[in-house]
Design a protein around this ligand. Structure first.
Ligand SMILES: C[S@@+](CC[C@H](N)C(=O)[O-])C[C@H]1O[C@@H](n2cnc3c(N)ncnc32)[C@H](O)[C@@H]1O
Length: 276
């Protein structure tokens, strides 16, 4: 586990509470830290929104609903039957998709040991989890060994299309670490008939003054830099190609129809949809 990994875990409490506040999860997903942070940032969020400015909840919801939409479409097309959500934190996506798709989808949530244990407890409290929905320990920075994504992929059915998701992870890592992660993910997905990688990414070209200010504040909170690795979508697509993905698209959620869409905020985030 890298130093970055240990620092960013508290942010999962904030986003976990944000999903709940927007009706996307169950009260079991709330933590005191999440509630405290979410309430502390509430006035600033509302002020920005009222002033027609980009705000944190706006781009969190845009990325979350966009990833949901691409994943759901791939499941409904029959391409994807297994999901590995790396850095799942307190996200309710596994809970929601397990309820929606039942045994049509095997959903594996994965995070560092402390957060994985927390997630197991949350799911138990929500009455969720089972053969088709489980939580495992993973370290996205591990090349090999039991906590690697490669080892996890080997436990899944090689005959079913598989998706890997990372949400709220990439921008905490430097460009070299992200390139290595993408290689690991493409490598792990190569054994399945369909492989889909979904993630959120903030590009340098889309980062306006407000976003840079926010990134600075978040950087102080997590005691490290927030990285804008790629100048534009083409640079990111090129790196995804080098990592081993066949096709990659960077979707601007502000151009789509999504629930609760705040286009002003949504245009600051991109959703990576890359296939093997
Ligand atoms: C900002 S939170 C995002 C959580 C969730 N995906 C969401 O959007 O609500 C970042 C998550 O990354 C996890 N994480 C950090 N380093 C990691 C690593 N090396 N491998 C796997 N997960 C990691 C943290 O534990 C935390 O749950």
């Amino acid at each position: 586990m890298t130093h970055d990994s240990a620092r960013i875990s508290p942010t999962a409490h904030y986003t976990g509470y944000a999903w709940l506040a927007h009706g996307l999860s169950d009260p079991a997903f709330a933590t005191p830290t999440g509630q405290f942070l979410y309430r502390a940032l509430g006035p600033a969020n509302r002020l920005m929104r009222a002033a027609g400015q980009p705000n944190l909840d706006g781009f969190l919801l845009a990325r979350h609903h966009m990833i949901d939409a691409v994943l759901r479409a791939a499941i409904e097309r029959g391409e994807i039957g297994q999901v590995i959500e790396v850095a799942c934190g307190l996200s309710p996506r596994g809970w929601r998709f397990a309820r929606e798709f039942g045994d049509r989808v095997t959903y594996v949530e994965a995070d560092l040991p402390g957060m994985a244990a927390k997630k197991r407890a949350v799911l138990a409290k929500a009455g969720a989890g089972g053969a088709h929905h489980r939580v495992v320990e993973i370290d996205a920075t591990a090349d090999a060994g039991p906590a690697s994504v490669a080892a996890l992929a080997e436990t899944l059915d090689p005959a079913r299309g598989t998706a890997i998701i990372t949400e709220g992870l990439l921008n905490y890592f430097d460009p070299v670490a992200v390139a290595k992660m993408w290689r690991r993910f493409a490598g792990a997905l190569a054994r399945f008939p369909h492989g889909l990688y979904l993630a959120d990414l903030h590009l340098a070209e889309a980062a306006g003054p407000v976003e840079r200010l926010f990134a600075g504040a978040l950087g102080v909170f997590v005691r490290g830099r927030i990285h804008f690795h790629f100048s534009d979508a083409r640079a990111a697509e090129r790196e995804l190609g080098i990592a081993g993905f066949r096709g990659a698209e960077l979707i601007d959620p502000s151009t789509r129809e999504l629930p609760e869409l705040d286009r002003t905020s949504a245009r600051f985030v991109r959703v990576v949809a890359a296939s093997t």
